[in-house]
Design a binder for this molecule. Structure first.
Ligand SMILES: [Zn+2]
Length: 535
C-alpha cells in the first residue's frame, strides 16, 4: 500500500475512532445519569419493596433488571468494538473495501443524473433567462419573438444584445419546455426594450430614450428659466407630459442633443437682432416665440440687459410644451376710505370743510399667481385679512348761494381781466378738475403781460409744481387770485400790487400745452368760476 492510501487510511481511522469515542463518552454520561436516578429514586423503592414483597418476586425483579443491564452493556460495548474494527479494517485492508466504495459511488452518480442534466445556461445582460439543451433552441425562440414584436411595433425589430451561453448542471425540471421557452425569450427581449422610456405629450409619443434621466434632464432645462426656488412654487407644463416605459423601435431612440433639438427647432435656425428699446415682451410679440423658448434657446439671456444689436436664436420648436408657474405670494394692500357729505348752509356752493379726516385701511392678501411662459395670466386670491379698518371721511358741503355782491363786485370792476382782451381757451370745468379759466391770444401770446386782477398783497411768486411759475395775490375782500404757467415773474412775495399792475408774462411752464395764463379766483380755500367776476 502506498503512502497516499496509508494517509487516507489514517484519516478514516481517526474519524471512525472519533465517532466510537463520542459514543463511549456519551454512554458514560448516560451511565452516570442512570446511577443518579438509581441512587435517589429506584434504590429507596427497591429497599421498600424488599421489605414488603415476597422474596421470590423480589428476586425475579432483580434478575430481569440485571439481564436488561447486561444486554445494554453488551450492545454498547460491541458498537464501539465494531467501529474500532471497521476503522482498523479500512486502514489495513483498503483493497477489500474498494469494490464496495466503487459500487456506492456508481449508484450515487446514477441517482444524481436521473434527476440532473448538463445544459446551456442562457443569460442576457448577466441575467439568467433559461436553460436549454442547445443554442439552436433558444435562437429559434428569439426569432419567433422578433417576428411577433415586429408586428406589434409595425417596424422590423431585432434584439440588440446577443445572449451568452454557459455550461451548467441543472435539475431536469429547470430545462425549458416547448411551452415555456417562447415566454422566457419574449420576456428577455421585452425586458431589454422595457428599459427604454417614451416621452408622451398629450398622449402622443414624441421620442424615446434609453434612459429616463435623459428625458427628465431636458424637461428640467425647459422649466429652469422660470424656477425661482421660492417656497410654494409649482412649475409645470401646460401640456400633459408623461414618461412611460414600453416597446419602442430602435430607430425612435434619441439622445439628449436630439431630444433638445425637438424643442429648439434647430433643424431650421432663425435669429432675431435686438433693437433699441426692445423689451422681452416686444421680442415675444414680434417673433411669436414664447418667453420660455427664448430663454431655453438662449440660456445666458438676461432680460434686464437686452443689448441692441445682439442676436437671439428664436427658432420655432417642433414640440411646444408651455411652462406654467404658480406662486403663492402675500402682500399688503391699501383699503380706500368712503366719504360722507353733510350739507352745510353756512358754506357757499362747492365750498367744503373737513369734519373728520379719512384714513386708509390695510389688508394682508395671500394670492396664487399663475404665470404662463413668464407672463402673469391669473391671480387667485386665497385669503384677505383686514389688519386696519379704513376710517370714513366726513365733509361739510356748502349749499348757500353766492351773495349778490359778487356780481356787483364784478360789475363795479372789483376784478378785471388779467390780460388785455384775448379769449378763453378753456373754461372753468372745461375738463374734470379744471378749476380756473385759461386766457390767451390768437398767436404771439408768449411773453405778453399778465396784470393783477385786483389790488392786494402777493402771497407767493415762484415755481409751483404743475402750475409752473405762478403768482398768488390776497385781496382785501378775502379773495385770492392765482396766475399760472408764466414765462417770467415781475413781483415777489410780500409785495403790494395795484389793480392793473403787470405782475408776470404769459408762458407755458408747468403742466401746460401752450402759452396761456391759467387764472383762478379762490374764496375760503375753494375755487369759484372767474367768469362770474370778469368779462
Ligand atoms: Zn387752466
Amino acid at each position: 500500500m502506498d503512502r497516499a492510501a496509508k494517509s487516507v487510511g489514517n484519516i478514516l481511522f481517526s474519524v471512525l475512532w472519533g465517532i466510537g469515542k463520542f459514543i463511549y463518552n456519551t454512554g458514560w454520561v448516560i451511565e452516570q445519569i442512570f446511577i443518579g436516578i438509581f441512587r435517589y429514586t429506584l434504590l429507596p423503592i427497591i429497599r421498600l419493596l424488599s421489605k414488603c414483597t415476597p422474596a421470590r418476586v423480589f428476586d425475579w425483579i432483580c434478575n430481569v433488571g440485571e439481564k436488561v443491564i447486561f444486554v445494554a452493556q453488551w450492545i454498547y460495548l460491541h458498537l464501539i468494538r465494531f467501529f474500532s474494527w471497521a476503522a482498523h479494517s479500512i486502514v489495513t485492508d483498503f483493497c477489500m473495501w474498494a469494490p464496495f466504495f466503487g459500487a456506492a459511488t456508481l449508484i450515487g452518480v446514477a441517482i444524481f443524473f436521473h434527476y440532473h442534466a448538463v445544459a446551456l445556461e442562457v443569460s442576457i445582460n448577466g441575467k439568467t433567462v433559461t436553460y436549454v439543451e442547445n443554442e439552436m433552441r433558444f435562437a429559434g425562440a428569439v426569432t419567433e419573438v422578433e417576428q411577433s414584436l415586429s408586428e406589434t411595433i409595425g417596424e422590423n425589430y431585432c434584439m440588440f444584445t446577443s445572449p451568452e451561453y454557459r455550461f451548467a448542471v441543472v435539475r431536469k425540471n429547470q430545462l425549458a419546455s416547448e411551452e415555456t421557452l417562447f415566454a422566457q425569450a419574449y420576456r428577455a427581449v421585452t425586458e431589454e426594450i422595457g428599459h427604454h422610456f417614451g416621452l408622451y405629450v398629450d398622449g402622443e409619443l414624441i421620442a424615446a430614450a434609453e434612459r429616463r434621466e435623459t428625458i427628465e434632464a431636458v424637461l428640467n432645462e425647459l422649466k429652469a428659466p422660470y424656477e425661482t426656488g421660492a417656497a410654494d412654487e409649482r412649475v409645470e407644463f401646460m401640456s400633459n407630459v408623461e414618461v412611460r416605459t414600453g416597446l419602442f423601435a430602435p430607430d425612435s431612440m434619441v439622445n439628449k442633443a436630439q431630444l433638445r433639438a425637438l424643442f429648439e427647432g434647430s433643424t431650421d435656425p432663425r435669429y432675431y437682432t435686438i433693437e433699441e428699446d426692445d423689451y422681452l415682451s416686444d421680442i415675444v410679440e414680434k417673433t411669436g416665440v414664447s418667453r420660455s423658448m427664448i430663454y431655453f434657446l438662449n440660456p445666458e439671456l438676461d432680460e434686464r440687459r437686452l443689448v441692441p444689436g445682439k442676436k437671439l436664436l428664436i427658432s420655432e420648436p417642433d414640440v411646444y410644451l408651455g411652462v406654467k408657474v404658480v406662486r403663492t405670494v402675500t402682500y399688503d394692500e391699501e383699503i380706500p376710505y368712503n366719504t360722507i357729505r353733510h350739507k352745510d348752509s353756512s358754506l357757499y356752493v362747492n365750498q367744503t370743510k373737513v369734519k373728520k379726516a379719512g384714513q386708509k385701511g390695510n389688508k394682508v392678501v395671500t394670492a396664487e399667481i399663475t404665470y404662463i411662459d413668464g407672463v402673469k395670466s391669473a391671480t387667485n386670491i386665497i385669503s384677505s385679512v383686514v389688519t386696519k379698518e379704513p376710517v370714513t371721511r366726513e365733509l361739510y358741503v356748502g349749499t348757500k348761494d353766492y351773495p349778490e355782491s359778487f356780481s356787483s363786485l364784478a360789475g363795479t370792476g372789483a376784478f378785471i381781466r388779467p390780460i388785455s382782451g384775448g379769449f378763453t381757451s378753456c373754461p372753468y370745468g372745461g375738463y374734470p378738475g379744471h378749476r380756473g379759466i385759461d386766457l390767451t391770444y390768437r398767436g404771439g401770446a408768449y411773453g405778453r403781460a399778465i396784470y393783477a386782477s385786483a389790488s392786494g398783497t402777493v402771497i407767493s411768486a415762484g415755481w409751483s409744481g404743475g402750475y409752473g411759475y405762478c403768482v398768488r395775490i390776497r385781496h382785501s375782500n378775502g379773495y385770492v387770485t392765482l396766475y399760472a404757467h408764466c414765462s417770467s415773474l415781475l413781483v415777489s412775495a410780500g409785495e403790494s400790487v395795484t389793480q392793473g399792475q403787470q405782475i408776470a408774462r404769459i408762458g407755458s411752464t408747468g403742466n401746460s400745452t401752450g402759452p396761456h395764463v391759467h387764472f383762478e379766483i379762490i374764496i375760503n380755500g375753494s375755487q369759484v368760476n372767474p367768469a362770474r367776476f370778469i368779462f
